[in-house]
Every structure is written in structure tokens, then in C-alpha cells.
Design a binder for this molecule. Structure first.
Ligand code: PEP
Ligand code: MG
Length: 369
């Protein structure tokens, strides 16, 4: 397996002694989680569960769920997905050996889960007891012109709370199995794209009721956390209200950049070089935290959040979490951890140590001048 050896491994151990920021990885499958562990990750900071539905025939089940007309039909499709998801999460828990695993509830742009050709429609319509024409109309009604600003994240869970219930059950049942096998497990359930505390309250209640019932039935002790992503500007500027409910925040700096700057994360490549050439932007803001834009959002959310809950755990799971320059900024801003691609974990460990030395925070605090 991939991993670190010899002098590099030793150097990174020194870095670990010095750094204050935790380093986690973004991983959706056990193979990536294992790579992350071998590179020294101290948990999973983001598991994007939507990636799990593109495997095998899961996508068909998901499509059936989304276009179903009744809750019963939706629940039947979800019942087939539950055992598969439970195994997915168990695999991640096993790989992370008791380190925290942050699992984000489904956050796809909806169109990725809609049937998109005649063939798929013909297969799906009879399963739902409707005609192909009726199905086309349902799909047409779900069509969006701007899916990335549309029916995704927590909005999807508000329309289809059954999905959040299924995923919570899968997470908690997998965690219960771990506990029964005498293994350590730290599940963290994360709600994406929250912009107002009311969205979070609605989901938090569903998630907690579902989880607590299963834990009670199992008759065991199991700790889990429910938190949110901060990736919509409104979420950042109302972070004091959100911190009343969330046990942790993870900054989704990809969406936060898109929405704070008003640049589409899929299309900004068409003009960003002109901006950089003409000195309007110094650097690519999707790669390095733009400190006067997204950076200020992060600071505002940290200050508001910690004013309500000084213990509030704060992490970053956007692309910036693996960028040394941004890591320095997150260190200065006193976040708790960054989460990045497994392959960037060693770089993040070094960058976090370098920031601690440079700003004399942490082990160097006594040497501050
Ligand atoms: C983000 O928006 O920064 C994030 C981590 O979520 P995603 O990239 O999946 O939208
Ligand atoms: Mg996002």
C-alpha cells in the first residue's frame, strides 16, 4: 500500500509535533481512506456520499427514488439502498480506526440523478406504474437551468427527508456494528449548503430522532455529532444562530468561493487568466483562499460561531484545505483542522507545521516575541 517511509516519514513526525492544525482527508471509499491513513490523516473531514450512488445499479435505484410520485415508492427504493450504504460507511469506519469520520448527507446537483435518455425512461416508467410520457413530464418539471445554485444540498433533504433518514440509519447502524465488535468509531453527520438555521433545525431534528431511536434499540453507548457545512455566505454571516444547533462547522471553500465572488466554479476558467494578467486578482481564488473575500467570510463565521460556543470545532474541506498558502491562513484564523485529498495529506502536515513555526502559535507560543 502507498505510504511514507524512512526519513520523509520521520520529518513528518517532527512536523506533527509542531503543528496545531489537525489534518484529515476527503475520502469516499475505503481504498482512499487507507491511503489517507498511511499518509498520516487523522480522520475523514469529508465523505461525499453522492459519489457512492454512481456504482453498479445504484444510480437506477436513485433515479427511481427521485422521480417517484409517492413517499411509499421512494421508501421502497431507499430500502434497497440502505444495506449498501451501511456497508459503505462500515468500510470507512474500519479504515479510520476510531478517528472521526465526517459523512455528508447527499449533495448532488439533482440533474445528475435524473433519467436522461429514452432508454432509461422506458426502463423506469413501468417500474413506477406510469407511462413514458408521464415520466417525461415529471423529469421536465425537475429540470433546472442552474443546478449548482438549485435543488441540491440541504434543499434536497428538505424535499426528500426520506433520503436523510436512510443515510442516517446507514451511518448509525454501521457505527452500532463497530461498537458491538468492540471497535472504536466516531461518526459525524454533516448537513451541506445550509444558509439559515431553520434549514439546519429541520434536518437536525430528523437526524437526531432517527439516530437516537436506533441507539436506544441497540442498548449501547454511541456518541455522534451533527454539524454543518458553511459554504453559503448567508450561513457565514448568521453563524451565531447556526452555532446554537451545529456541533461543528466545516467550511466548503469551493462553494463559498463561488457564492461570495459570484464566479461559477465550473466556468471561471474562461476569464480568470485575464483577471490575473491585468492585476485585478493576484491568484486563482479557487486554489488559494482570497483573503479579502472568502477569508473574511471564514473569519466572520469563526467569530460569530465561537462567540456562541467557544468549543465549536471548525474545519475546512474545500480544495483550499490542501493548499499550503491557504493552510497558513487557516492556522492564523485558529481553525481546528483542514481536510484535503489523501495525496496532499503529507504536504498539509508540513504546511501546518511551517505555519506554526512562522506565527509562533502552539508549541512555539512560549518563544513569542
Ligand atoms: C465545497 O463546496 O467546498 C465542498 C467541499 O463541497 P463540494 O466541493 O462537494 O461542493
Ligand atoms: Mg460544496
Amino acid at each position: 500500500p502507498l505510504g511514507l517511509e524512512g526519513e520523509v516519514a520521520e520529518l513528518l513526525e517532527y512536523a506533527d509535533d509542531i503543528r496545531v492544525l489537525g489534518v484529515r482527508a476527503n475520502a469516499d471509499i475505503p481504498r482512499d481512506a487507507n491511503v489517507a491513513r498511511n499518509f498520516g490523516a487523522e480522520g475523514i473531514g469529508l465523505c461525499r456520499t453522492e459519489h457512492m450512488f454512481f456504482e453498479g445499479d445504484r444510480i437506477q435505484k436513485m433515479r427511481r427514488m427521485i422521480v417517484s410520485k409517492t413517499v411509499e415508492q421512494r421508501e421502497a427504493a431507499l430500502a434497497e439502498l440502505l444495506p449498501l450504504q451501511k456497508e459503505d460507511f462500515k468500510g470507512l469506519f474500519e479504515a479510520m480506526e476510531g478517528f472521526p469520520v465526517t459523512i455528508r448527507l447527499l449533495d448532488p446537483p439533482l440533474h445528475e440523478f435524473l433519467p436522461n435518455d429514452e432508454e432509461q425512461m422506458k426502463e423506469l416508467a413501468p417500474q413506477l406504474g406510469i407511462t413514458v410520457e408521464e415520466l417525461k413530464e415529471i423529469v421536465e418539471n425537475l429540470h433546472e437551468f442552474n443546478p449548482m445554485m438549485g435543488h441540491r444540498g440541504v434543499r434536497l433533504a428538505i424535499t426528500y427527508p426520506e433520503v436523510a433518514v436512510m443515510q442516517t440509519k446507514a451511518i448509525i447502524l454501521a457505527a452500532i456494528e463497530m461498537v458491538k465488535e468492540g471497535k472504536k468509531v466516531k461518526p459525524e453527520i454533516m448537513i451541506p449548503l445550509v444558509g439559515t438555521v431553520n434549514e439546519l433545525k429541520y434536518l437536525d431534528k430528523i437526524v437526531r430522532e432517527t439516530a437516537d431511536k436506533l441507539i436506544e434499540e441497540a442498548g449501547i453507548d454511541l456518541d455522534y455529532k451533527v454539524g454543518t457545512m458553511i459554504e453559503v455566505p448567508r450561513g457565514a454571516i448568521t453563524a451565531d444562530e447556526i452555532a446554537e444547533v451545529a456541533e461543528f462547522f466545516s467550511f466548503g471553500t469551493n462553494d463559498l468561493t463561488q457564492m461570495t465572488l459570484g464566479f461559477s466554479r465550473d466556468d471561471y476558467g474562461k476569464f480568470i487568466n485575464d483577471y490575473i494578467e491585468k492585476g485585478i486578482y493576484e491568484k486563482d481564488p479557487f486554489k488559494h483562499v482570497d483573503q479579502t473575500g472568502v477569508g473574511r467570510m471564514v473569519k466572520i463565521a469563526k467569530d460569530y460561531g465561537r462567540s456562541v460556543n467557544p468549543e465549536l470545532k471548525l474545519g475546512v474541506c474545500g480544495e483550499h484545505g490542501g493548499d499550503p498558502e491557504s493552510i497558513e491562513f487557516f492556522h492564523k484564523t485558529q481553525l481546528d483542522y483542514v481536510s484535503c485529498s489523501p495525496y496532499r495529506v503529507p504536504i498539509a502536515r508540513l504546511a501546518a507545521a511551517q505555519a506554526a513555526v512562522k506565527f509562533k502559535r502552539g508549541k512555539f507560543v512560549n518563544y513569542a516575541d
